[in-house]
Design a protein around this ligand. Structure first.
Ligand SMILES: [Zn+2]
Length: 988
């Protein structure tokens, strides 16, 4: 990702007619280095927005307004289904083909409560237009076969497909995906608030689909929804990147040829404002044996301004930042300090993706009888802020955060263009000005001026949108030990009733329909059906390198990366933790969290929090471990990262210096709150990323790096934090002693590696502040490597979910092994080929994949939101056999090679480039190694791949470990058949 500091010179003027489009306006926005063009298609009135800049990762998106009229999930099922082929591209699963066989850097589809958006991105022009061409054709002219509807949406089947006497059940990819979503308390809580805060609008329905309602959707309704909303007239095209506007218009002209303007009304209705607050009560599942005390969440939500009112929207974001955005936020602090709950509700903050903005705040880890006290506390705190105003440093700090976020070039899992797309849609979808929300550096300046003229500006916001706004909902979400059994019971009963009402012929037809679907799923695509694609010979054999200079300051190794970062400097401080004794290893994540969030150098945590928001873009920390390239040694680091505008670099360094050297963790209440927050965050991440937890559980005995990953981030960590939080009263002294011991042991010069990323000016500022910092750190104290004791066993972990996550993990070679390149290709081939087909398409799971990680030296087979356990494990074994015994075709291999290279070439933002260079350095991975690896992938043949697979799976078979996360009942059922059996344990 290379971005310069100016916006392109306009190439078209407002009023121009080109390729059947009229240019409505052209606007340069130097603050975000964009020249924006707003256009309209003359015939269909399709809307187009091009954000022209010099980023070569071009993004294409097409979006439609798709307000739902019920909770059958029709927008979501359609989002999945249009990707399953069009007349021009009659392939069964075009999305998967594009995903596996192109240089896409991002390909996805999103269903929102009121819109559906299809984005693709690539750094290679020809690849970009191939992707955009296929995507446009899919959404505008999909086949929408009945089989696709049944596969993606829902269909009836017997639990034993051949046995008409077995239970009747429902399957379907979206159906199972949403069963998973309806197991996550956070997702359920959010849904309940959205549906009840806007009861007279499309937001009262679930566009994703409620598993109870999904089976009600008919094929005819599904087709009708597409014809109603997926027309160019209802479409918004947003393009981003360095391709000239005229080229996009020529392309779109061709794509829209043959379409006419249609009459439709897809306007999203506004919710009328209530005169009285309201309240709701809901339930979420916990395990049968779990204690329901202190597991309730209480939230208050307000419906606020219309999103098209950009200035108010931004003002609400700022006020939200001041109230709850940092530890110094008075509303956050009042809630946490009250002891009424364990920590802030994860929903806390502004919800900007709806027509009328909502603000939510609350506590989790509380009890239902506290709801009135929580509501009173929130209202009283707001009243007192309205009276006395915000602390000036907090206002300055919050404005600084917005300035920082506007400046920072971010490309994490999404292209930067996706962030701009989100902002544009906040107004564009509701017929507002799509550009107004983009230029927020300027909007911030205006708000700052207003604030100087009207010191009560933010208090007025609190009065108008919070205190004097009766459109307020109190939501109480309580845990239920019986919820899951009741849901399952009700579903089983419904299915039994349905079955009893069906005739023998009906049942026979269900069996036949399932067979027909399986047949459809296994038939190969017609050989003439092909997607436009690149050839391996079109792909560059070169690697992209990261500018790096190695030096030393006071004997501390320093790496410097001269990269344009738009006036921001990044400092990474990586401390070696490989000698930390085993019994202290699980404390490391707590050490990082506590030291970064408590008081230091004589200031309390609130004062430190204010310093951090005022002078830095945030302080983050990571625990990371990996095997070196030859696979014999490991590295294990605790890494702190500080980011700051150039003008604040010296202050930012002195802040991190105070934290590490003079951090004070002795505030017991704060310590208790942070530990509770850590416990709740980890707990809440289990269901949304069950496959990752299962992978960590299974892989933990296969290498030191994998063991640390589980110990620091997996179930072992969750269990550890759960115990510490539960026994905090008795153990707080021991915990503080251990953390203080670790603080003195770890934050020393002799175990430090410094990594600096910025442009030349930033590097020189960072460099100047280093010697002073390093002098304050003491030296010495590095001990011997600590080694865990391994023993592996197949595990079944009981979680309150209606779906399963199945992991099988094997030991695998490290980077330097000649097998590593074929393994990398193999993992992608299995993910997009065998596993995709058998676990997702035929099995009905939301996902099936495999993952080769040379850093932890493991190879994993995984499933996500899976209705099956036994058959998934069988598929894993068959997948290994299949790939070890069958040569894949050279056409299929070519696609996989292109896709593999695409994944290696994912663009990185400035901060990730610097970080990645540091990690490669720890691993011992040179650019020469990387070049060799790339060539080995590009030169892969079906014979080499087959040879690698058969050698690998024969050798590694004995190392396999299984971990399944699922409900207790499902695990028990699986254990009746499995041999050896899973060792069953509750999650914590
Ligand atoms: Zn989905």
């Amino acid at each position: 990702m290379t971005i310069s500091n100016s916006c392109p010179v306009p190439t078209l003027a407002a009023g121009a007619l080109l390729h059947g489009f009229r240019v409505l306006r052209v606007q340069q926005i130097p603050e975000i280095r964009i020249t924006a063009y707003e256009m309209e298609h003359l015939i269909t009135s399709a809307k187009v927005l091009h954000l022209h800049c010099d980023d070569r990762e071009n993004l294409y998106t097409v979006g439609f307004r798709t307000p739902p009229e019920n909770s059958t999930g029709v927008p979501h099922i359609l989002e999945h289904s249009v990707l399953a082929g069009s007349e021009r591209y009659p392939l069964r699963d075009v999305f998967n083909e594009l995903h596996r066989g192109t240089l896409q850097t991002f390909i996805n589809a999103f269903t929102y409560p009121d819109k559906t958006i299809y984005p693709v991105a690539s750094q290679v022009r020809a690849d970009f237009f191939n992707l955009a061409r296929v995507y446009t054709d899919l959404v505008l002219r999909p086949r929408l076969l009945r089989e696709t509807f049944r596969q993606e949406g829902h269909h009836l089947e017997f639990s034993n497909p051949e046995d008409l006497a077995s239970e009747l059940t429902v399957s379907g990819i979206v159906f199972n995906e949403m069963k998973g979503a309806y197991s996550s308390p956070e997702a359920m809580m959010y849904r309940a608030i959205q549906q009840h805060l806007y009861p007279d609008t499309p937001y009262c329905f679930d566009s994703g689909g409620n598993p109870d309602d999904i089976p009600l959707l008919t094929y005819e309704q599904f087709k009708a929804f597409h014809s109603a909303y997926y027309s160019p007239t209802n479409a918004r095209f947003l393009l981003y990147g360095d391709i000239p506007t005229a080229d996009h218009l020529a392309f779109l002209e061709e794509m829209l040829a043959g379409f006419d303007r249609v009459k439709l009304d897809s306007t999203i209705k506004s919710q009328s404002r209530w005169r009285e607050p309201a309240s709701i009560r809901g339930y979420y599942p916990i395990a049968k044996e779990d204690d329901p005390r202190r597991k309730t969440a209480v939230n208050i939500a307000w419906m606020m301004a219309e999103n098209v009112d950009c200035e108010t929207a931004l003002m609400l974001q700022i006020v939200s930042g001041m109230l709850v955005g940092s530890a110094a936020g008075p509303l956050r602090k009042a809630l946490i300090d009250s002891g009424l709950g364990e920590d802030l509700s994860p929903l806390t903050g502004v919800e900007p993706d709806l027509k009328q903005i909502a603000f939510i705040v609350g506590l989790r880890g509380t009890d239902p009888d506290k709801r009135q006290s929580i509501e009173d506390l929130i209202i009283d705190t707001l009243k007192s802020i309205a009276k006395s105003g915000f602390d000036r440093a907090l206002v300055e700090g919050t404005l600084h955060q917005v300035e920082f976020n506007g400046k920072e070039i971010v490309r994490s899992t999404y292209p930067y263009g996706i962030i701009l797309m989100g902002r544009a849609y906040h107004t564009w979808l509701y017929d507002g000005d799509p550009l107004e929300g983009l230029n927020f550096p300027r909007a911030i300046e205006e708000i700052r001026k207003k604030w100087e003229a009207t010191p009560e500006l933010f208090q007025d916001v609190i009065r108008k949108w919070f205190l004097d706004n009766p459109h307020r909902l109190l939501s109480v979400m309580e845990p239920s030990n019986t919820y899951q059994a009741e849901q399952e019971g009700a579903f089983k009963k419904k299915m039994a009733l349905l079955k009893a009402s069906l005739s023998g012929d009906d049942l026979e037809n269900i069996r036949k329909d399932v067979l027909a679907l399986k047949k459809f799923q296994t038939e190969p695509d017609a050989p003439e059906a092909a997607l436009p694609s690149l050839r391996v010979s079109d792909i560059s054999r070169l690697i992209e390198t990261i500018p790096t200079v190695k030096a030393a300051i006071d004997n501390v190794p320093v790496m410097m990366h001269d990269i344009f970062a738009n006036g921001i400097g990044y400092l990474d401080l990586a401390f070696d933790v490989s000698d930390v004794p085993e019994y202290l290893q699980p404390y490391l994540p707590l050490l990082a969290k506590l030291i970064a969030n408590m008081g230091a150098a004589g200031l309390d945590y609130e004062e430190m929090a204010k310093r951090i928001v005022l002078k830095t873009g945030g302080i983050s920390y990571h625990l990371s471990a990996g095997m070196t390239t030859e696979g014999r040694n490991s590295w294990q680091k605790l890494i702190f990262r500080v980011r700051a505008l150039h003008r604040n670099i010296a202050d930012a360094v002195s802040i991190i210096s105070d934290i590490l050297i003079a951090g004070d963790m002795s505030n017991e209440t704060r310590m208790r709150d942070l530990i509770a927050e850590r416990k709740n965050d980890l707990h809440a991440s289990v269901i949304p990323s069950g496959h990752t937890f299962a992978r960590r559980s299974a892989g933990q005995t296969l290498s030191v790096a994998a063991y640390r990953d589980e110990q620091w981030h997996g179930r072992t960590q969750l269990k550890f934090v759960n115990i510490i939080a539960g026994e905090f009263g008795e153990r707080k002294k021991e915990v503080l002693d251990r953390l203080t011991f670790l603080q003195h042991m770890i934050f020393r010069r002799d175990r430090l590696h410094v990594n600096l990323t910025a442009d030349a000016e930033g590097l020189s500022l960072l460099g100047e502040s280093m010697p002073g910092f390093l002098r304050c750190l003491s030296g010495g104290g590095v001990g011997n490597l600590s080694m865990p004791a391994f023993s592996s066993i197949d595990m079944g972990i009981a979680i309150p979910a209606r779906v399963s996550y199945v992991a099988k993990v094997l030991s695998a070679p490290a980077y330097a092994d000649p097998l590593s390149a074929p393994m990398f290709v193999l993992a992608r081939e299995l993910s997009n080929g065998y596993l995709y087909k058998h676990i997702r398409v035929q099995g009905g799971a939301y996902g099936g994949m495999s993952l080769y990680d040379p850093m932890s030296a493991t190879f994993a087979l995984l499933s996500y939101r899976d209705p099956n356990i036994i058959s998934t494990l069988n598929i894993y074994r068959q997948a290994e056999e299949f790939i070890s015994q069958n040569k894949i075709s050279s056409g299929e291999l070519e696609k996989t090679i292109i896709g593999t290279i695409g994944s290696l070439d994912k663009p990185m933002d400035p901060s990730s480039r610097g970080y990645t260079a540091m990690i490669r350095n720890f691993t011992g991975l040179t650019d020469e190694d990387r070049l060799k690896f790339r060539h080995a992938i590009l030169d892969m043949t079906p014979e080499l791949l087959l040879d690698a697979a058969s050698r690998y799976f024969t050798e590694a078979a004995d190392t396999a470990v299984i971990a399944v996360y699922s409900s207790f009942e499902n695990l028990q059922k699986a254990n009746e058949i499995l041999e050896p059996k899973l060792k069953m344990e509750p999650l914590v």
